[in-house]
Every structure is written in structure tokens, then in C-alpha cells.
Write a new protein. Structure first.
Length: 267
């Protein structure tokens, strides 16, 4: 749960910073209008000046905010990642800069396009709506997070499993086959136990064979998958217990690859 709290805290912090950056953009583009709005809300001139003095510099703070937000969106709302990026990056096929094609990257360069008469066609204010869209996507991540804590927990667990399998690969590479196989076996047991909970099934023992039996009986997967897990359980037993033969690196490599496939496909 510590990892989940970290995600929540990071999101809250980024949204708070995003709100301040949004205010900073408005102040940089429309200083008088923004000051009037703040004064209407705070009602005191001193409070208004203090609030404005605490606004960040958008050009100095945005890149850090963007990079950190990008990581969370990629992990928690990947289907909106391209949208988030598109509001920042200049389109590759852009032929001319207009209000609609102006991007946050242009804002950071203080780019302003005027016509022959000196009228502004596209300036920094055109990027405000683009940033507002980015902030909206980040807030959508927060809503998804709050409604899908279980999925986030699964994500954190998957990261942990990946790390443990990487450690098992390293052990096997250095010819600690029994230790590597045992570690991969623990990952498989934990995953099967979680899958059991996902399907509201029960099992008396949290070891590979009975978990595999319970999941097959609950129609979570078919006979070929059952036999595949049964085979991986046999390799795990070869690593965990005294046997007439030692597990080979090939045995353990097969197990690690098999476990990696299962934790990504069986849920």
C-alpha cells in the first residue's frame, strides 16, 4: 500500500502544481484581467499581491511538471498518452502556425505570429487551452486512480514480480539454478494466489499444485494452461527438493520464461 500512497501523493502534487502553472499562464498572457479576477475572489489587495507573487514561472517549471506527469499517464492512463504529448509537441506535418496549431513548445519559445498589419494571429495565449487539456487528462488519471485502486495494486505487484524474475535470471546466469528456480516458483505462487482472489475462489494451500487445481476447476483457464503450470511446478520442485538430478540452466530458463508469460496473460 505504500506504493499506492506514493502514486496518490504524486498525483495530488502534480495537479496542484498544474493549477498554479495554469494560473501563471493566464497572468503572463492577461496580467490585468487575471489580477482583477484574483482580487474579486480574495477581496484584499495585499492577499492578491501575495498570491500573484507565489505564482511559478511557467517556462521554468513546465518541463519538470510535463516529464513527471508523462510517467504517471503512461502507467495509469496509457490510452490518453498520445493526446497529452500532442498538446506539447509541434506537429510534424505543420505547414504554418495558426491558433489551432500553436503548441506549448511554441509558448516556451515565446513564439508569436503576426500578419502584415501587425495583428497577432497566434501568440502565447493560444497555448492556454492546450495546457488546460493536459491538466484535464491528469485529473482524469486521478479519477481513474480513485475508482481503480485494485488495478493500481495489480500494477505495483506486477512491477515487483518483474524485478524478482530479473533477479532470478541473474542467479541462473551465474549458475545458482536452485535459487533461481525457487525464486521464480515463489513469483508463480503469489500470482496464482492473486488470480484465485480475483475470481473469488478458495484453496486450502497456497502452493502451485493445489492453486493450479483450484483454478482449473474454477474454469479460469483451459487444460493446456493447466498442464503448462503443472510442468513449471515440476521444475520448481526439482529446484526446491533433493533429487536424483540437478536442475539445468535450461530447465530454470524455461521456468522463468513460463512464469513471465503467465503473470502477463493469466488474470
Amino acid at each position: 500500500m505504500k506504493n499506492i500512497e506514493k502514486y496518490r501523493n504524486d498525483l495530488d502534487s502534480l495537479i496542484s502544481k498544474g493549477n498554479m502553472l495554469h494560473n501563471a499562464m493566464q497572468y503572463e498572457c492577461y496580467p490585468k484581467d487575471f489580477e482583477k479576477k484574483v482580487l474579486r475572489v480574495l477581496e484584499k489587495q495585499d492577499a492578491c499581491k501575495e498570491f500573484i507573487s507565489r505564482l511559478p514561472s511557467f517556462c521554468e517549471e513546465y518541463q519538470t511538471w510535463y516529464s513527471e506527469s508523462l510517467v504517471l499517464i503512461k502507467q495509469l492512463l496509457p490510452d490518453r498518452l498520445n493526446d497529452f504529448i500532442s498538446y506539447y509537441e509541434v506537429p510534424k506535418n505543420r505547414k504554418e502556425i495558426k491558433y489551432d496549431s500553436y503548441r506549448i513548445a511554441d509558448y516556451l519559445q515565446h513564439l508569436q505570429i503576426t500578419n502584415r498589419l501587425g495583428d497577432v494571429i497566434a501568440g502565447k495565449s493560444a497555448a492556454i487551452d492546450k495546457f488546460r487539456q493536459q491538466l484535464g487528462i491528469l485529473k482524469a488519471v486521478q479519477k481513474r486512480f480513485e475508482s481503480s485502486l485494485f488495478e493500481i495494486q495489480q500494477l505495483v505487484q506486477a512491477d515487483l514480480f518483474d524485478n524478482e524474475l530479473e533477479a532470478a535470471k541473474l542467479l541462473n546466469k551465474n549458475k545458482f539454478m536452485r535459487a533461481a528456480g525457487a525464486m521464480a516458483g515463489v513469483v508463480l505462487e503469489r500470482h496464482l494466489s492473486q488470480v484465485l482472489k480475483n475470481h473469488n475462489l478458495t484453496c486450502k494451500k497456497d502452493t502451485i499444485s493445489p492453486l493450479n487445481d483450484a483454478l482449473k476447476a474454477g474454469n479460469v483457464y483451459d487444460l493446456p494452461m493447466f498442464r503448462k503450470i503443472q510442468h513449471l511446478g515440476d521444475i520448481r520442485n526439482l529446484c526446491d527438493h533433493d533429487s536424483k538430478r540437478e536442475p539445468t540452466q535450461e530447465d530454470v530458463e524455461e521456468m522463468i520464461k513460463g512464469v513471465d508469460s503467465i503473470i502477463k496473460t493469466v488474470s
